[in-house]
Design a protein around this ligand. Structure first.
Ligand code: EPU
Length: 319
């Protein structure tokens, strides 16, 4: 980073800024170091300007979502970390004339309250996200989902601040969503709109409860983890296999490295005890990858995003 003073990046913008900001409490693992600079923009215009300046000065810019799928290095991260938790970026809007057919949610809105509000209003479309902790931006970036569908199933359009710092809207026909992937270019998700269908509020609620129960019955919900650590790999025969099952079959459930361990309930859940470091978890990830490679000849790729100092990063992720 080659700027005279980091404050010159944001001092004239409508943002709040914190230097040397601890990130552990912003992540579900609850571990990891500090951000050199954590910025919360209050307006889209401030975010656009900040993004342009970061690009101009080659300063890494990372977006912190709900921290549900993020592992921050013990040494923290450089550049700018943006957190979209101000009111402007948490807003949810419904088309308010005629039948409700669209919902627009800003990137920092959290899915959990959003799903409950949709059920209360009798609106169906995003129940598949029940029990998946995520911000709207983070979910879109990785097409988060599970057994009952993915976020991309309901997406109508996405507004993104791209590499040039300009806001552009991508419509459904320009977007593709696959297993935990989207063709959305690098950038910051400002908002997404979703196709909604009016339905009986009781039925909406029942679906949400059913999906949540399923998750609770098959996965550890209390340990400090980020949900599944690895993507489910594609096998040679074209099938996608459960990484958790492969880890289980390799006899790795309960394996520990320092304060990090493989859940005894579900093999793809790697979790940490209090006092664990990111390094413990990173070593456990490598051990699991090595052992699954030896046992099954399969390469496991992490689904959880790692943030490290010194990596070229520009809005790479909404972790
Ligand atoms: N299984 C085992 N042992 C294990 C884990 C699973 O034998 O330790 C077996 C199960 O018994 C079942 C099969 O493997 O027969 C599939 O398990 P599960 O239904 O838990 O699905 P998964 O493929 O392991 C995926 C998602 C989860 C999502 C569930 C359910 C990925 C990486 N994982 O897991 O998503 O909740 O389906 O919909 O795609 C996440 O992304 O963070 C996540 C947890």
């Amino acid at each position: 980073m080659t700027v005279a003073s980091p404050a010159s990046l944001y001092s004239d913008l409508d943002v709040s800024a914190e230097t040397n900001a601890p990130l552990a409490a912003h992540t579900w693992f609850g571990i990891g170091g500090h951000a050199d600079l954590l910025i919360r923009p209050n307006t889209i215009a401030a975010l656009e300007t900040l993004a342009r300046r970061c690009r101009r000065d080659e300063i890494p810019l990372r977006v912190l979502g709900s921290g549900a799928n993020l592992l921050v290095d013990d040494e923290g991260v450089d550049g700018v970390v943006v957190k979209l938790d101000t009111p402007a970026f948490r807003a949810i809007e419904w088309n308010d004339q005629g039948r409700v057919e669209r919902m627009r949610a800003f990137g920092g809105a959290q899915f959990e309250p959003l799903i409950h509000e949709c059920s209360r209003r009798g609106l169906s479309g995003v129940e598949q996200m029940a029990g998946i902790p995520s911000s709207v931006g983070g979910a879109i970036r990785m097409n988060a989902g599970g057994k009952f569908g993915s976020v991309g199933d309901a997406v109508d359009a996405v507004a993104l601040i791209g590499l040039d710092g300009a806001l552009r809207v991508y419509t459904r026909d320009e977007l593709s969503f696959e297993y935990r992937r989207t063709n959305l270019p690098p950038g910051i998700v400002v908002w997404a709109s979703f196709r909604m269908r009016e339905d009986d509020p009781v039925q909406c609620r029942q679906r949400v409860v059913e999906y949540f129960r399923y998750k609770r019955s098959t996965q550890p919900m209390s340990a400090s983890s980020a949900g599944c650590m690895f993507r489910n790999p594609l096998l040679a025969d074209g099938r996608r296999e459960s990484a958790g099952r492969l880890i289980d079959l390799a006899g790795l459930k309960g394996t520990e490295v320092g304060g990090a361990f493989v859940s005894k309930e579900h093999g793809n859940f790697l979790a940490v005890n209090p006092g664990a470091s990111t390094d413990d978890l990173r070593r456990l990830v490598e051990l699991v990858q090595d052992r699954v490679r030896s046992a099954h000849g399969v390469e496991l790729e992490t689904e959880v995003v790692f943030w490290r100092r010194g990596e070229p990063a520009w809005a790479v992720s909404h972790g």
